[in-house]
Design a protein around this ligand. Sequence first.
Ligand code: NOJ
Length: 493
Amino acid sequence: MNRRQFLNYSAAFAAMTAFSRYSIAAERYYTQPEAGVPEVDIAGARFPEHFLFGTATASYQVEGAWKADGKGESIWDHFAHTQGKIKGGDTGDTACDTYHRYKEDVAIMKQLNQKSCRFSVAWTRIQPTGTGAVNQKGLDFYSRFVDEMLAAGIRPMCTVFHWDLPQALEDQGGWPNRDVYNKFADYSAILAKSLGDRVETWAIFNEPFIFTSLGYGTGVHAPGKKDINLFLKAAHTVNLAQGEAFRAMKAASPRAKVGTAFSMSPGAPATDSAADKAAAERYHAINNIFFLDTALKGKYPDPFEGNQRPFETMGLRPDDEKIMRAPLDWIGINYYNRHIVADAGQGGEPLTHLTEYMPTVGPITYNGWEVWPRGLYDIVMRISKEYNRPIIEITENGCAYSDAPLPDDANKVPDARRIEFYKGHLAELARAIKDGADVRGYHAWSLLDNFEWAEGYSQRFGMTYVDFRDLKRTVKDSGHWYGRVAASGKLEV
Ligand code: NOJ
C-alpha cells in the first residue's frame, strides 16, 4: 500500500473511532464494578418454542486418536508434545477418545434431551498437511458422527476451525502467512461440499481473537510464538480467511448458514472519566468485534491509541475490504466473564494502551473466573442493538469446577455450583430474548470434561465427568438438570 492509500485507511478508521466514542454504548449496557451481584429472575425465565439447547466440544479437546486413519500432525499435537508447554505434561493424544466413542457421547446428548451439538473438525484429518488430496477416512469419521446426531434428533453445528492448524502450514509461517487464507477457504469448501447435505449450520472460526493473540502474541497457546507483529499479521490473514471461506462454503452448499463463534467479554469503564470510557470502547473493538466488523462492515474497528495504527504491519491491501466482507448469517457468542477497563496513558497493552482486570464481586470458579450472569445479558443486548438484531447463537458458556463422583456412589457427581452458574446465565439470556434479542440456541461448554489447552486436564468444564484413567463417562447433576431444562424450557426443574 502506498502512503496515500494508507492515510485514506487511517482516516476511515479515525472516523469510526469518533463514531464509536460518540455512541458511548458502555454507559447504557454495562454494570459498574462496585455494584453487588444483581438479582436474577430464575422462576420467570422462558425460552421460545423452538429454542435449541445444546452442548459444545472441539476436536483436539475430545477426539484423541491423534494419528489414526491418516491424520496429520496439528500445531496442538506439536505443542503438547513439546516439553514444558502443557500443565502436567498432558497431551490430547487420547483425550476423551471421542473418535472411537462418539456413539456413546451422542447417546448422552440424547439422554439429556439435547437439540444441538456444536463440534469441530480437525483440518489434519481432512487434509493432513493442510493442502491437497482429501483423506477419505478422516472425512468418513465426521460423516458417521453427523449421521449419529441426526438419528438422535440433534442438529449438528459444525465449527470449521477450533485452533488445530496443520503443523505443515505452521512450518510455512502459519496464520501470519497471508497465503494460508486461500488454503483455509479450500478446506472449508471441502467440508461444506461433503457434509453440506446434512449440516446446515456452520461456524467458520472459534474465537479468532483468542487463537491469534495467545498463539502468536503471548505464546501461551500453540504454536507458542511471542511477537505482537505476528499476532497482527495472523489476525489479518484470519479476517481474509473468514470472508473467503464464507463465499467458498456458500458456493459449495447454498443452504449453508454460516457464522463464527466470537469470544466476547463485556468491558465496563473503571470510572466515569472520558478516558476510561474511551478505553472500554477500545477494549470492545479489539476483544469483541475485531473479527466481526471486518465481516459485516468490511472495515476494522479502531482499538488503537494515538498515531499507532499498524495496518501496514498487518499487510492490509486496498482490496482486502472486499475479501474480508461477508454478511454472516448469524453471530456466535462465547461468553465466560466480564472485565473492567481503564485508560493506561502511554502504558498498558501495546497499541491499545489500556489495562483491564476481572472483578471478584460474584463467586469465583475453580480456575479463578468471576461468575457474572449479567455480563451475558449485557453483551447479547449490545450486539443485538448495534448490529440491527442479528440472529445470535450462544456458542459457548460454562465453568470449571472439580467435583468428582461420590466415593460411595460412583454414578453420582453433585455439582451444585455448576447448576447455579447455568441457572443464572440462562435466566439472563431469557431476559435478553424477552428484551428483543433474536437468540436461537445455547451451547453449554462442555458436554464432557476435556483437554483444557495449556491447562491440560486440570480444569473440568464438563456436564459429564470423564475419568481420564479409563475414560468412563458419568453425567454430573448439572447434566441431569440441564436435560430437564431442555425438555421443559424452564429453569426450576
Ligand atoms: C473457549 C474455547 O473455545 C474452548 O476451547 C475452551 O475450552 C473454553 N473457552 C474454556 O476455556
